[in-house]
Design a protein around this ligand. Structure first.
Ligand SMILES: NC(=O)c1ccc[n+]([C@@H]2O[C@H](COP(=O)([O-])OP(=O)(O)OC[C@H]3O[C@@H](n4cnc5c(N)ncnc54)[C@H](O)[C@@H]3O)[C@@H](O)[C@H]2O)c1
Length: 331
């Protein structure tokens, strides 16, 4: 999946820290970096929502170091950042509903943990710090497509934490002359996304339901739209953000999406088709904190980091469905 290089030169003399590397997006970043012979890859993860199995295929690489640690510990962050050139910070507690149920836990990891990582990266003098923000920062803004400079009020504790990340990043860049880029992910999906637990995202949930003939649930009328983005595109955005030329005054956050949207009920129909299932979804009540419509303008990411997402949604869904079949159903 990661044959194409998104970095300009050899990376065999460079070291990278991927926090949350045992998670969905983090493990895809690890896969890319190993595939392109990165000099050293350090993973910092406490397995709160990630899995050792996500790193299992890569464990034999001698240039991969896995630290079982917590970003809420500054010591763990310092240890992970020591001697590292670049940081790809993915560790966080995702999910809007999780944050609605337990805002303190989400804040602790996503805000205190984020601040620890910024301080550790500053003290280790890393070359660049790229971190996962979220489309949730657009909150109640009705503007479509979403442009980076126009955000609304956050609709969930999770969105507040991601907005705070962006504020801290801005201040750290100015105060400590750090090079920092935030990526506002729009509904990323792909291999290794977790279909289990109460906070699973729509695509893995639907795939799991369709492949095992279980009922799938659509929240509300299903007319809500999303700019679903295959994980390979998110990996491209991360790697290009590490190496893009940065000039004073350039934007510090970018949308990571495809700039194409689909409603949840249409998505379910596409997945039904891809899976060959005939089972219809069941509608249930809307979720608090959810955004109605989401569609990104990606022209700024194109201009400043050269982001050019190659994988369209349907192609990504087919790759993901194949992966789910093999990983969970052995067929
Ligand atoms: N998947 C999406 O659609 C999406 C959308 C917007 C933003 N994001 C953000 O992207 C990042 C990665 O998300 P993901 O979908 O891969 O989720 P994930 O849950 O699969 O990965 C998060 C990883 O962080 C680790 N982690 C959590 N708390 C930690 C802690 N205290 N210390 C160390 N590690 C910890 C988890 O164990 C997990 O491996 C997160 O910051 C998330 O908020 C994801």
């Amino acid at each position: 999946m990661y044959n194409k290089a998104y970095h300009p030169n050899q990376i065999s003399n460079l070291s990278f820290l991927v926090t949350g590397g045992a998670g969905f997006i983090g493990s895809n970043l690890v896969e890319y970096l190993l595939h392109h012979n990165a000099g050293k890859i350090v993973v910092l993860d406490n397995y709160a929502t990630g899995y050792a199995s996500n790193l299992e295929p890569f464990k034999h690489h001698s240039n991969l170091e896995i630290i079982n640690g917590d970003i809420c510990s500054l010591d763990d962050c310092n240890k992970a950042c020591a001697g590292v050139d670049y940081v790809l910070h993915q560790a966080a507690l995702g999910s809007v509903p999780r944050s609605v149920e337990n805002p303190i836990a989400t804040n602790k990891v996503n805000v205190d943990g984020f601040l620890n990582m910024l301080v550790a990266a500053r003290d280790a003098k890393v070359k660049r710090f790229v971190y996962a923000s979220s489309s949730s920062v657009y909150g109640d803004s009705k503007v479509l497509p979403k442009v980076e400079s126009q955000i609304g009020n956050p609709l969930s504790p999770y969105a507040v934490t991601k907005l705070l990340n962006e504020l801290y990043a801005d201040v750290f860049a100015k105060t400590y002359q750090m090079e920092i880029t935030g990526l506002r992910y729009f509904n990323i999906f792909g291999p290794r996304q977790n279909p289990g637990g109460p906070y699973a995202a729509a695509i893995p949930l639907f795939m799991d339901a369709l492949l095992s003939n279980k009922p799938a649930y659509i929240n509300g009328d299903g007319g809500q739209t999303r700019d679903f983005t295959f994980v390979q595109n998110a990996v491209e955005a991360n790697i290009k953000s590490l190496f893009s030329v940065k000039n004073a005054g350039d934007p510090m956050v970018f949308n990571v999406a495809v700039s194409d949207r689909i409603s949840i009920k249409e998505l379910y129909e596409v997945l039904k088709d891809v899976s060959g299932s005939k089972i219809d979804a069941i509608h249930r009540s809307e979720r608090p904190g959810d955004i109605r419509d989401s569609l990104a303008d990606i022209s700024s990411a194109k201009k400043y980091i050269g982001y050019d997402p190659q994988v369209k949604m349907v192609d990504g869904l087919k790759i993901t469905m194949d992966w789910f079949r093999q990983a969970f159903y052995n067929n």
